[in-house]
Design a protein around this ligand. Structure first.
Ligand code: FAD
Ligand code: NAI
Length: 467
């Protein structure tokens, strides 16, 4: 039996990053993965394939609707869906292969199979062919991630009633896609198929979209996606979905309690994800879960059993790849005796529709709930030269700052490249910048980032220059 300083269970962005950092810190490290490829949800069936399809479908959409205005004629435009899917698969496999290389480079042992605790320091790894090996370990990091959840009355048959995993590999573009849930997955994958020609109807329980983000972003995204042709049914609680031949019949209740029926050839269930802890043997060694099935951890991300840590989607907090990565580094450094820190308030959230939406820090609702004395500033992309150049004039930047000290508290963006722009906001928050600080910094012209500077100018006494 080989003995390791640290064993990581799960090779998603939490697990593989934790393993690399452990190895960098001189710990003898193993990583256990039950799937044939490394990378977890994010690389295999999450961030990477969804963004590959978002990019391809946006090219198609632009060719169809926007190229003519640029003076480019594309009379015989055709969608080659198998090719688009293949490119996505190629991107995924290149990225997963890259991880194999990183494991080798860092001398991390990769063990293929399902990991189960036998005791606090012993893990059995059962392979596909029922082969079994045993690992002895001083520390363990659980990074087993999450799986799609469903709702009562909706049973995903994975053929017609599908999750994001099947949606990313559909053999055909749906004629009519019913999406249950107006959160991140519903809007991103809804956008992909809307651009490729499907009729897309999003049925959402709440009266707003992307409820975790600042309310202004949800409103703007709703307006823009409606213009792009997606139909929205807010305040509709889905009760059931039934497959009928090649059709799915979805029943929801609206605010007035009236039944509303939807019908399509596919139904995407995007109502959140649940932590994955199956057959890990947690109960046997005394690791506790909270009421939502997440592994409970203390401020060091240590579970109820000392020496065993948990990170990423399997614990509380946002289910985001970069959150899992930060926690991976945090735990590795903790095990190595360092004193790391994570500022959860400066972890950004991004929605990869077009335009993109992104936010970091406090939302306006959170500040209102605390009766915080704040000021705000905003700037519309339509007033920006760069946005007019690319015809990406939808959206705005909104900044929230402390009214007395001018310290930036939150930045919320809908607009072209918001996913990249938010990095400046994260730096500003981490360094506790004031809006005056950012307003006085030179921003290259013409860039989308000028919208941030202008919103900061607006927050510091309505001094924006281009509105
Ligand atoms: P995971 O990535 O889920 O990895 C867990 C791994 O553990 C899996 O490979 C699993 O097979 C393995 N495992 C589980 N149990 C065992 C066991 N007992 N033994 C061995 N192996 C085991 N986040 C973003 O930040 N940006 C995005 O753009 C984004 N897009 C997404 C798009 C989609 C469609 C989906 C579904 C998710 C997306 N996410 C995105 C969320 C992101 O994928 C997750 O937050 C992230 O993958 C969580 O990382 P993790 O390491 O905690 O777990
Ligand atoms: P989500 O939590 O973002 O959205 C689920 C939506 O479903 C909510 O708005 C909820 O109100 C709605 N809903 C629940 N029950 C319903 C019902 N009965 N009828 C109608 N609507 C109902 O979850 P989603 O989109 O499944 O994503 C899961 C996780 O994956 C997210 O937490 C996110 O962190 C991660 N993710 C991140 C991405 C990114 O960072 N860009 C992209 C995709 C996923």
């Amino acid at each position: 039996m080989t003995k390791y300083d640290t064993t990581v269970i799960g090779s998603g962005p939490g697990g593989y990053v934790a393993a690399i950092r452990c190895a960098q810190l001189g710990l003898k490290t193993a990583i256990i993965e039950r799937y044939p490829t490394l990378g977890g949800t994010c690389l295999n069936v999450g961030c990477i394939p969804s963004k590959a399809l978002l990019d391809s479908s946006e090219h198609f959409n632009n060719a169809k609707h926007n190229f003519e205005a640029h003076g480019i004629n594309t009379q015989k435009l055709e969608l080659n869906w198998p090719r688009m899917r293949q490119r996505k698969d190629d991107v995924v496999s290149q990225t997963c292969d890259g991880l194999q290389y990183l494991m080798k480079k860092n001398k991390i042992t990769v063990l293929n199979g399902h990991g189960t605790f036998k005791d606090k320091n012993t893990i059995t790894v059962k392979g596909k062919a029922n082969d079994e090996q045993t690992v002895n370990t001083e520390y363990t990091i659980i990074a087993t991630g999450s799986k799609p959840s469903s709702i009562p009355g909706v049973n995903c048959d994975k053929k017609r009633i599908i999750t994001s995993t099947e949606a990313l590999s559909l053999q055909e573009v749906p004629e009519k896609l019913i999406v249950i849930g107006g959160g991140v997955i519903g809007l991103e994958l809804g956008s992909v198929f809307n651009r490729l020609g499907s009729t897309v109807q999003v049925v959402e329980y709440l009266d707003r979209l992307v409820a975790g983000m600042d309310i202004s972003l949800g409103k703007e995204v709703l307006r823009v996606l409606k213009k792009q042709g997606i139909e929205f049914f807010l305040s509709h609680a889905v009760q059931k979905a039934v497959v009928n031949g090649k059709n799915v019949e979805v029943t929801a209740k609206n605010k007035q309690g009236k039944e509303v029926k939807f019908s399509g050839d596919y139904c995407l269930v995007a109502v959140g994800r649940r932590p994955y802890t199956e057959n890990l043997g947690l109960q046997d060694i005394g690791i506790t879960l909270d009421e939502q099935g997440r592994i409970t951890v203390n401020e060091h991300l240590e579970t109820s059993v000392s020496g065993i840590y948990a990170i990423g989607d399997v614990i509380k907090g946002a289910m985001l790849a970069h959150k899992a990565e930060e926690e991976g580094v945090f735990v590795a450094e903790t095990i190595a005796g360092q004193k790391p820190h994570i500022n959860y308030k400066s972890i950004p959230e991004v929605l990869y529709t077009w335009p993109e939406a992104a936010g970091v820090g406090f939302t306006e609702d959170e500040l209102k709930a605390e009766n915080y004395n704040y000021s705000s500033g905003s700037f519309p992309f339509k007033a920006l030269g760069r946005a007019r150049v690319s015809m990406d004039t939808e959206g705005f930047v909104k900044v929230l700052a402390d009214k007395d000290t001018d310290e930036i508290l939150g930045i919320h963006i809908v607009g072209a490249r918001a996913a990249d722009l938010i990095a400046e906001a994260v730096v500003a928050l981490e360094y506790r910048a004031s809006s005056e600080d950012i307003a006085r910094m030179s921003h290259a012209h013409p860039t989308y980032a000028e919208a941030i500077k202008e919103a900061m100018l607006d927050a510091t006494g309505k001094r924006s220059l281009h509105t």
